[in-house]
Ligand binder design. Structure first.
Ligand code: GLN
Length: 304
């Protein structure tokens, strides 16, 4: 399979379609990003990288980091984790407060904000310096020191985190939150403010396409069974209330972030990072989704 020509073809087609969206502005620092940026990086299971456009430029990964933190707590908490977070698609916006109240403080899944806050709370309980630990972990997955926290984005989100703080207090009221809210919020906005390029992102997702083994970290990151579970969660919950639509149009497990990035995997074949900052009304990248849709249409194989 000539992946390089394939992603170049997809890149050109998407550029010509001139799709429009809106750069996230509820985190003011993200609103400053150039909306015309667009990059695709595909990494095969031998570790070969194929890239086009702005695929080497770092961007704010935001909620994509929820996949990294989930895999971090996976071994440590095993089945205990699933008494604190469910594994059902939410069908609601990623920061819904109503749903959390309705479900008595057990978030629908680890990828909506309430669920991710529980995961970060678990990390804060486990590690003395959870932020450092997260950086080291993601660096290891990428096989290189590439992770940087954008302090401006972090400060910007921290100054506008009323909603997430409300979710955290709600969780606390339902006894599903162990640590001080400010401490967890700091760790959460730090993980969201991680900057990485499409290439680095695709590398960090590679183990999920490879039964849990990372060719970059040169080790088994998750058991095959756990990797399968993370992929199932990405497929059903990775795009919030657009998860069904993404599965329908693209058909790959993936995770989006309001920075406009998407990390996705084709099991047994490759991982991919796509970035274009303009979002649709569900908070997912307009062009990145289109690119992945065209890509899977053109591939000679499919997950389904
Ligand atoms: N940091 C963002 C938030 O908590 C992440 C949201 C996202 O990328 N969907 O609102």
């Amino acid at each position: 399979m000539d992946y390089q020509s394939l992603i170049e073809e997809v890149y050109d087609e998407v550029k010509h379609q001139n799709l429009k969206g809106k750069v996230a502005d509820y985190i003011p620092e993200l609103a400053k990003v150039d909306g015309s940026k667009f990059g695709i990086a595909l990494v095969d299971l031998d570790g070969q990288v194929y890239g086009v456009g702005d695929y080497r430029e770092p961007f704010s990964i935001q909620s994509i980091s929820k996949v990294h933190t989930l895999t971090m707590v996976f071994h440590a908490f095993k089945s205990k984790l699933w008494s604190r977070v469910n594994v059902e698609p939410s069908g609601n916006p990623f920061n819904s407060i109503a749903q959390l109240e309705y479900e008595k403080g057990i978030p629908r899944n680890p990828f909506i904000n309430a669920g991710a806050l529980v995961i970060t709370d678990a990390l804060v309980s486990k590690y003395k310096d959870p932020i450092k630990q997260t950086i080291e972990y993601v660096d290891e997955l990428a096989g290189t020191h590439c992770v940087r926290i954008d302090e401006e984005v972090k400060k910007s989100e921290l100054a506008h985190s009323e909603r997430n703080t409300a979710l955290a207090y709600f969780l606390k009221a339902y006894k599903n939150f162990e640590n001080p809210v400010e401490e967890v919020m700091e760790a959460y906005v730090s993980q969201c403010a991680i900057e990485m390029s499409c290439e680095e992102l695709a590398k960090t997702f590679s183990f999920l396409a490879n039964n849990g083994y990372s060719v970059f970290a040169k080790k088994q990151i998750l058991t095959e069974t756990h990797a399968k579970r993370v992929n199932a969660l990405m497929l059903t919950c990775g795009f919030y209330d657009e998860s069904g639509e993404f599965a329908f149009r693209v058909g790959m497990p993936g995770k989006s972030g309001v920075g406009g990035g998407i990390g996705a995997i084709m099991p047994g074949k490759f991982s991919i990072g796509v970035w274009s900052p303009e979002l649709n009304e569900k908070g997912n990248s307009e062009k990145s989704i289109k690119a992945l849709e065209l890509l899977t249409d053109k591939l000679q194989f499919s997950l389904f």
